[in-house]
Unconditional design. Structure first.
Length: 203
């Protein structure tokens, strides 16, 4: 799954470099003007619209990294999520500080590009699939990230954000490993990235 995700991210980075909706380089303002991340950032109202789509009982028991690693194929440093804050049948909310870790394996030249926010969203979706399967007494079948759709970035880097990231993923439709998720990544009250991801069960 990591290989497919890395390939999709490289493709997305090339395609979105000319078209993504970033109004200038806001990375310096991300740190110096918190909580105002600049005009390029998206306000938290967008996050609330996504949250409103959820239903069912919300499970607020914290799930930490050791348990997360048991739910997804990502091991060691490639497990980017620190904690599951809550989840239900339709959605999951995760938090992390790994974007500030100097040994984050996705860093290049000491920087962590904001395009990797999509990887954080994909891992949140994978954890959600694992939790849904486990609650049904089963194991989630292996899947891979087949495509990214409607990706938007509102910052250029993640490593300059001196706040925890909050990753929210909503399952729009699908069954087993064949699913479509809407993912949003935020810091404080600001959305940093959003994307729809398509996950396909590995044959």
């Amino acid at each position: 799954m990591r290989g497919r995700i890395a390939l999709q991210l490289r493709r997305c980075s090339r395609v979105k470099s000319a078209s993504r909706k970033i109004h200038g380089d806001v990375s310096s303002r991300f740190v110096r003007q918190l909580p105002d991340f600049g005009s390029a950032a998206r306000p938290r109202a967008a996050f609330s619209q996504c949250e409103a789509k959820t239903d069912g009982m919300i499970r607020e028991i914290s799930i930490h990294k050791a348990e997360i690693r048991a739910l997804i194929p990502h091991s060691d440093l490639m497990c980017l999520l620190d904690e599951v804050a809550q989840w239900d049948e339709q959605s999951i909310t995760c938090t992390t500080n790994t974007h500030r870790d100097p040994v984050n394996p996705l860093r290049r030249g000491g920087c962590l590009s904001a395009v990797h926010a999509f990887e954080y969203g994909a891992q949140a979706a994978a954890v959600h699939g694992g939790l849904r399967a486990r609650s049904a007494g089963a194991t989630a079948p292996p899947g891979y990230l087949a495509a990214l759709r409607d990706g938007r970035l509102y910052a250029s880097r993640l490593d300059t954000i001196n706040l925890p990231l909050r990753i929210f993923a909503t399952r729009l439709f699908g069954d087993r490993a064949n699913s479509v998720y809407e993912c949003l990544v935020s810091a404080a009250q600001i959305v940093v990235a959003e994307v729809r991801i398509i996950i396909v069960e590995r044959a």
